[in-house]
Design a protein around this ligand. Structure first.
Ligand SMILES: [Zn+2]
Length: 498
């Protein structure tokens, strides 16, 4: 797929109006000043409603972005005459328009250390677009222009969106072909460290707020190896350019269409090799999401309704399998070894099996109910981040066992990518997911599905033995079995490489 090419500045042919944003900052008070100019092809004579999202894809929690908005004003295009407007819900503003356009101004308080929320400091700004921009009358399928007035001394603007013209000087302009792209393109502004390179025909930009120690690591080389391995795995790259945004000390990471935004430990000085690998796994996780959730995606996850919860029973695939692939990709890229992968999977099994929640909540339900439980760690819930990768491992083993290692989870991911993303250009339903999985397996997977749909205890011994693996139920540690048969060794090698 080609992103953000082939469109021009100007009027949208489909919507009949043009939307242009101008952004500036009040750094000392942590505000983003927003000006929106809407221009119609024909004079309007009715009410137009602006909407702001209340959540951000990948962050499955209602954040109610409009809580940060104040000083909303609507005027004629020249800014001279106020227009009548009223709020019609928490995230909607209905404006009476009698001209060929209108202007809206408002400001956003931006002072959160969160990958899903904006932050403005004296020397930088991180723009989480869902909490800043509004779309008109529910119409998101047209281009939108964002121009940014750079405060004095700021000289870098990094985002997955391509700039209109040169990305330099006191004013930067970006164009998104539609609001889904804009909302999936966070922007880092300021004087952060930037390095750009081309790898296998695609352009990369690393934008790092706190790069201390970076040059002493192998991070950029390891990232390239990880990308190459992921490309081999899926067989296709769904972007022209990719932007990695790493923020200072904090927590959390969020995947985007052709970028990622992550908080870090605040430097690239790692105390140990395992701490470095945890960072690399985290980056790999967010990167692999551009396949598994952005393109290999449940039907409910795009196009989005940004004004309410978006329920899917399949986040255990989107998140859980991505956790499994963090390790699998790094293993196949030669960056981690089998022991690292087994230890990480053991940790997921241990967390799941020692939790009270696994007796009360199924993996499927943990996906559907994430809107209630994003930060709920009570004993009645489980996390698909823990039980999901276990199913990733069990799927990989079972698909390989049933096909005599002819096909594995990689084949299922490729099938979903090619059939639903590339050919049908849509997500898959839960039924279609299971159909695709059984197509790869060549037989029923009902014996795995019960571990997704119910709280039945997992029969690890039966499922792990064909892969020459066993688990110690005293400490939930995975290990290789002694004296594995040739068949077991073959399957284990396909999974953990040894
Ligand atoms: Zn994730």
């Amino acid at each position: 797929m080609t992103l953000m090419l082939g469109y021009m500045l100007g009027m949208s042919a489909t919507s009949g109006y043009k939307m242009e944003y101008n952004i500036s900052f009040d750094q000392a008070r942590h505000y983003i000043n927003v000006e929106l100019n809407v221009t119609f092809q024909q004079p309007a004579n009715d009410t137009h409603t602006l909407e702001m999202p209340v959540w951000a894809p990948g962050y499955y929690m209602i954040l109610d972005y409009p809580k940060n908005l104040s000083d909303f004003k609507a005027t004629t295009p020249d800014g001279q005459t106020p227009l009548t407007w009223t709020k019609t819900s928490k995230n909607q503003w209905a404006i009476d328009v009698r001209q060929t356009g209108f202007k809206v101004t408002y400001r956003i308080y931006a002072n959160e250390h969160s990958v899903a929320e904006s932050r403005v400091e004296n020397d930088m700004a991180f723009i989480a677009p869902n909490g800043v921009f509004m779309y008109l009358d529910g119409d998101k399928q047209h281009e939108v222009t964002v121009s940014i007035d750079m405060p004095a001394g700021w000289n870098k603007a990094s985002t997955g969106m391509k700039p209109a013209g040169q990305n330099s000087g006191p004013r930067r302009t970006f164009i998104a072909p539609d609001f889904d792209t804009l909302f999936d393109s966070p922007i880092l502004l300021g004087n952060h460290f930037v390095t750009q390179f081309t790898h296998e025909g695609h352009d990369y930009e690393f934008a790092i707020e706190t790069p201390d120690g970076l040059s002493e690591t192998t991070f950029i080389d390891d990232f390239k190896r990880m990308v190459s391995q992921t490309t081999r795995l899926i067989g296709h790259v769904p972007y022209d350019n990719y932007c990695l945004i790493h923020l200072g000390a904090g927590g959390g990471g969020l995947e985007h269409l052709n970028s990622q935004a992550c908080y870090t430990s605040g430097s690239y000085r790692f105390e140990s090799r395992s701490e470095y690998l945890r960072h690399l796994s985290f980056v790999t996780h967010e990167y692999f999401h551009l396949y598994n959730v952005k393109s290999i995606r449940p039907f409910e996850l795009g196009p989005f309704d940004y004004s309410r919860e978006c329920y899917t029973p399949l986040l255990w695939v989107s998140e859980g399998f991505t956790c499994y692939y963090e390790n699998r990709i790094l293993l196949q890229a030669g960056i981690i070894g089998a022991d690292y992968m087994l230890n990480d999977l053991s940790s997921s099994i241990r967390t799941t099996e020692t939790s009270e929640g696994h007796r009360h909540m199924s993996l499927r339900q943990s996906s559907y109910d994430i809107w209630l439980n994003f930060f709920n760690h009570s004993e009645n819930v489980i996390s698909y981040y823990d039980k999901g990768p276990i199913l990733g491992l069990l799927f990989d083993i079972e698909l390989r066992r049933l096909t005599d290692t002819g096909r594995g989870l990689d084949d299922l991911m490729r099938l979903l990518y090619n059939r639903y993303y590339l050919q049908l250009k849509r997500g898959f339903t839960e039924q279609e997911f299971w159909q695709a999985a059984e197509e790869v397996a060549g037989s029923s997977l009902a014996h795995l599905r019960r571990y997704v749909d119910t709280t039945d205890e997992i029969d690890y011994e039966t499922l792990l033995t064909p892969a020459g693996l066993a688990i110690d139920r005293n400490n939930w540690q995975l290990h290789k079995i002694d004296k594995a048969s040739r068949q077991q060794e073959k399957l284990r090698k396909a999974i953990i490489g040894s």
